[in-house]
Write a protein that binds this ligand. Structure first.
Ligand SMILES: Nc1ncnc2c1ncn2[C@@H]1O[C@H](COP(=O)(O)OP(=O)(O)OP(=O)(O)O)[C@@H](O)[C@H]1O
Length: 343
């Protein structure tokens, strides 16, 4: 798989500065700024209604912006004179792609290949997305996950320098999701820059070099999946079951640590900034008494924990007085995601 990486004058594949977009009274995007470097996977995360699709649609040239600066591969997507070049150089996997249901998988991909000057090989792409067995099947007979793989194939058939993936693995079974992640990594390794949105924090953790969290039309945090929101400096939780007949009072706790529990599952939690020392002390204490700490685990907050903390806080922010409608819509939808995720 080869890919020609073209460099925009500033060395970034995407530049967004102080982007604004309203739909009537709804201020969907309110001063968003970020850059995407060539060859990286950049994930835009955020609750329903946060402004992700609006931002992406502006980058893709499907929506006009109210104000702000946008460059995609050195082209302003709002400038119609660059439209043809932009279409040639970017790939899109959107949430709803219209495909002809009566065409076969291979016919659909071959037809799209004809729109590009230098497309990838049709059968190679069919193989890459795992649709070789279905290549003669009509699109209407595909399962939801198979249709999404077809969307991925259509996104990459033009051999794009930059690929936009809007929730690429929604509806995939776990094996198909792993396969799609592997494909995305291979595309990146071949030089493709990837901008993706996802509601799966595991997907962002697995794929993204950098992530930005957007809520209420603004970027509220940006970083790598391991550093986002101070995740790397967060306190660790050491959990274990108290050996039979022992009490919390006997646990050796150092300054700065806190102990809670046991919870319904019988596990005690020690929160600590220094898990190495804590583990040494706890395991030494247990082994010295001839006991073992059943169910012992050490956990840092997951990307999902950090995301929920960040977006929960954003949802509770006081409203901008002149955008009350937008705020209420966004707060409502962020609550829905929180409730859903906590089940
Ligand atoms: N065409 C439109 N007309 C009016 N309002 C719109 C339109 N498109 C989006 N909005 C509103 O703009 C806000 C941002 O929507 P957007 O689709 O960009 O969010 P999102 O982060 O992509 O959400 P999701 O995760 O649900 O796809 C929401 O309040 C939405 O209701």
């Amino acid at each position: 798989m080869t890919n020609e990486t073209r460099t925009a004058p500033d060395g970034n594949a995407v530049v967004v500065a102080d982007l604004h977009k309203s739909y009537g009274p709804v201020r969907a995007v309110r001063g968003v700024s970020f850059t995407v470097r060539h060859g990286e996977i950049f994930a835009l995360l955020g609750p329903n209604g946060a402004g992700k699709s609006t931002s992406l649609e502006i980058l893709e040239g499907f929506r006009t912006r109210d104000s702000g600066h946008v460059e995609v591969l050195g082209i302003d997507p709002g400038d119609r004179s660059g439209e043809r070049e932009l279409r040639e150089r970017i790939g899109l996997v959107l949430q709803d792609i219209a495909v002809e249901p009566h065409l076969t998988v291979r016919e659909t991909i071959a037809r799209d290949a004809g729109y590009y000057r230098a497309p990838r090989d049709v059968d190679e792409v069919i193989g890459l997305v795992g649709l070789t067995e279905q290549r003669r099947r009509k699109v209407r007979s595909l399962s939801g996950g198979q249709k999404r793989r077809l969307d991925l194939a259509l996104g990459m058939i033009g051999n794009p320098s930059l690929l936009f993936l809007d929730e690429p693995t929604t509806g995939f079974d776990p094996a198909a999701r792993q396969g799609a992640w592997e494909l995305v990594r291979r595309l990146r390794a071949a030089g493709t820059t990837i901008v993706l949105t996802t509601h799966y924090m595991e997907e962002a953790q697995e794929l993204a070099d950098r992530v930005a969290v957007i809520a209420g039309g603004r970027i509220i945090s940006e970083g790598t999946p391991t550093t986002l929101g101070g995740r790397d400096n967060a306190r660790a939780r050491v959990r274990f079951a108290l050996p039979g007949g022992w009490t919390l009072d006997g646990i050796p706790v150092a300054a700065g640590e806190s102990v809670a529990g046991p919870d319904r599952g019988g596990l005690v939690t020690v929160e600590t900034a220094e898990p190495t020392g804590t583990l040494h002390r706890l395991t030494g204490w247990a082994l010295g008494a001839g006991a073992v700490l059943e169910g012992l685990t050490v956990e840092r907050p997951s990307l999902e924990d950090v995301y929920l903390r960040l977006t929960g806080a954003a949802g509770e922010r006081p409203s901008d007085p002149d955008s009350r409608e937008a705020d209420s819509l966004e707060a409502d939808s962020s609550k829905t995601v929180l409730e859903r995720s906590s089940r």
